[in-house]
Ligand binder design. Structure first.
Ligand code: M6R
Length: 613
């Protein structure tokens, strides 16, 4: 949560920082701020979005070649102008931007108050910068040394950038558990800092990912990195392959809509070079060294949050069917505080779009400590989870910027399906024919998604009927029970309609009491092995005057006679149906949210990447 940007070089810093903040707004958008070094330190900050900050700054003097900017998702202190970043030290000679949480800030604050410090905001960040200032006074040291000492004492997560009025051509940055990327531009003469690479790639594709406990000291023509033990390290430059157009809206009204429509391509990209039905080839290049371990797993534990957890639930069904290995799916946020029993032959699969989710990272650390072998399924290349797991497979879905996850889900399910197929094949659980048929069918999925996307207008009509609902119930069985959960999550997070997902058979154990004329009930009622049972569930809802919206298999002539609305999806193997049935739910939520006047890319209270607990 929170996005940070910095620039030091010869170009004008202001436009680079503002554009960068807009690209990072998905990380938080309750206030924004900027500090520019132009003779002295000028700080501007405002509650609201980056555009509110721009408007507030009007025609302020923004001439400067060094600056930092922040877009906030509030943790300590409500969203207002005062709590917005950057924050000053007591003498106003230092400013800091920060993404993360300092857990021992209250203790530090008390100590600083006793030393005469006064605080104007409610934030942990203001305490952090005052703490650095006090260390510098006490030790009469350089700023970088004061930052280093401070980092040995703060507890929590941070990605920070600090500027000092006394050293105007210098940025000091550091990270622990919150991401920070440094772009190296024009023959190493200029540097771009950001929470992810999206604000950087317009200027350079050469980046250095700062590691936990590292401090970077950036000056004109110089990038020095050391760890908090003062040991220097050589910056490792990675060349990114990201295209600028992949992070722009490309003619769509929102990132979410663009990302929904990208799914035929993103699912295809996810399989590219890994799967070829014609030759029977299926290989995930990232899983090599630990492949034997994975194949001999006595249990697989999926870790994730939100939509990624739902992908893990889908994978539970798929792995058990194809790989015949028992699977457990854990909320990372719960697992991290358990006292887990980990066997040497367990494998963990950590699923995360951003690769930065704090709970998932902490769960991985715990699993590792207990001797687990961890595989990552991440979208963001070079992200913390991708780097901390033993091995893994990227989803290659391209940047996902809309806060509601869409293409990341289908890409995660695709990678996990390929993994299950690969394991099942190598363990001898799948026949040659079954393997080949599934590979051929997987290759048809992008075209089938495309066909569903063409139902957009029909889905929009259904959205218009549903837009005033206050509650909704999503029901599915087997592979599609997790899709019911995902459909409900999509509706809640962007339209603010209360929605619940259930296994359809559970309806009679409670949720059926909620059904009346006002309650839309969304069924996944495709022709799979639970079709007859779902038909009975639909009848039970109709008998109680519920409004039924059913996702059915093309050509179904029974359910259309019972349901109020149907959305047809092409037939496929049961195991692959979640890749299709989720698409109508994504479009439906999108249209309902737009009709209700909601901002689908930046829903209230949410952030794309949850890097705090
Ligand atoms: O980046 P991650 O996949 O680790 O994020 C996990 C969740 O925060 C995320 O899926 C969240 O639930 C989305 N807003 C869902 O649309």
């Amino acid at each position: 949560m929170c996005g940070i940007v910095g620039y030091l070089g010869e170009q004008e810093a202001f436009p680079i920082i503002i554009k960068g903040l807009k690209r990072l707004e998905y990380r938080g958008y309750d206030s924004a701020g900027i500090a520019l070094m132009n003779g002295s330190l000028s700080v501007y900050k405002k509650q609201g979005k980056v555009s509110d900050l721009e408007e507030f700054m009007g025609d302020a003097n923004v001439k400067s070649t060094v600056g930092i900017g922040h877009t906030r998702w509030a943790t300590h202190g409500e969203p207002n102008d005062t709590n917005a970043h950057p924050h000053f030290s007591a003498d106003r000679k230092l400013v800091m931007i920060h993404n993360g949480i300092i857990e021992n800030y209250a203790v530090l604050k008390q100590k600083l108050i006793l030393r005469g410090h006064e605080f104007i905001s409610d934030t942990d960040t203001e305490v952090f910068i005052h703490f650095i200032e006090q260390i510098q006074i006490d030790n009469q040291c350089e700023l970088e040394e004061a930052v280093r000492i401070a980092l040995t004492e703060v507890i929590g997560a941070y990605a920070i950038i600090v500027i000092s009025a006394e050293n105007p051509k210098q940025l000091i940055a550091a990270r622990k558990s919150s991401p920070l990327v440094i772009g190296v531009g024009r023959n190493s003469q200029e540097f771009f800092l950001a929470s992810d690479a999206t604000p950087i790639i317009e200027y350079t594709q050469d980046v250095v990912y700062l590691n936990d406990h590292e401090i970077a000291v950036i000056k004109p023509n110089s990038l020095q990195i050391k760890d908090i033990g003062n040991k220097p390290t050589t910056p490792y430059v990675t060349h990114l392959e990201m295209e600028l157009e992949s992070i722009e809206k490309g003619g769509f009204d929102s990132f979410m809509l663009k990302e929904i429509h990208e799914q035929p391509n993103s699912v295809h990209d996810c399989m590219r070079g890994r799967l070829n039905a014609e030759t029977g080839h299926l290989q995930l290049g990232g899983i090599n060294k630990y492949l034997e371990h994975l194949l001999n797993s006595q249990r697989i534990i999926m870790l994730g949050c939100g939509t990624s957890w739902h992908a893990g639930l889908v994978a539970e069904y798929i792995f058990e069917e194809l790989a015949r290995i028992p699977v457990e799916v854990e909320y990372a946020s719960e697992f991290r505080y358990r006292n887990p029993i980990v066997h040497a032959k367990d494998s963990f699969i950590a699923i995360s779009q951003s690769g930065e989710t704090a709970d998932t990272l902490a769960a991985i650390e715990l699993a590792k400590k207990e001797g687990g072998t961890i595989f990552g399924v991440c979208n963001v290349v070079g992200s913390s989870i991708a780097r901390t797991t033993h091995e893994g497979a990227y989803t290659h879905a391209g940047p996902e910027i809309g806060v509601a996850s869409t293409k990341a889900f289908t890409a995660q399910v695709t990678v996990l399906t390929m993994m299950a197929l690969m394991i099942g094949r190598k363990r001898g659980n799948i026949s040659d024919t079954q393997f080949s048929e599934l590979l051929y069918e997987l290759e048809t999925i992008p075209a089938k998604i495309e066909k569903i996307l063409q139902l957009n207008d029909h889905i929009k009509d259904i959205a218009s009927e549903m837009q005033h609902a206050e509650n909704a119930l999503y029901l599915g069985r087997g592979y599609n029970f997790p899709v019911a959960l995902e459909g409900a999550l999509k509706l809640k997070e962007i339209s603010y309609i209360h929605a619940e997902g259930y296994p359809a058979a559970e309806m009679k154990h409670g949720p059926i009491a909620l059904i009346d004329e006002a309650m839309p009930v969304l069924f996944i009622a495709i022709k799979d092995n639970s079709y007859e049972k779902i038909v009975s569930n639909i009848q039970e809802v109709k008998a109680r005057k519920g409004r039924v919206i059913a996702i059915v298999t093309e050509g179904d002539d029974l359910i259309p006679k019972m349901a109020d609305y149907v959305i047809e999806v092409p037939a496929t193997y049961d195991v692959l149906t979640p890749l299709l049935t989720v698409i109508p739910f994504q479009l439906l939520s999108y249209h309902i949210a737009i009709m209700r006047g909601c901002n689908v890319d930046q829903p209230r209270n949410l952030a794309k990447s949850v890097t705090v607990e």
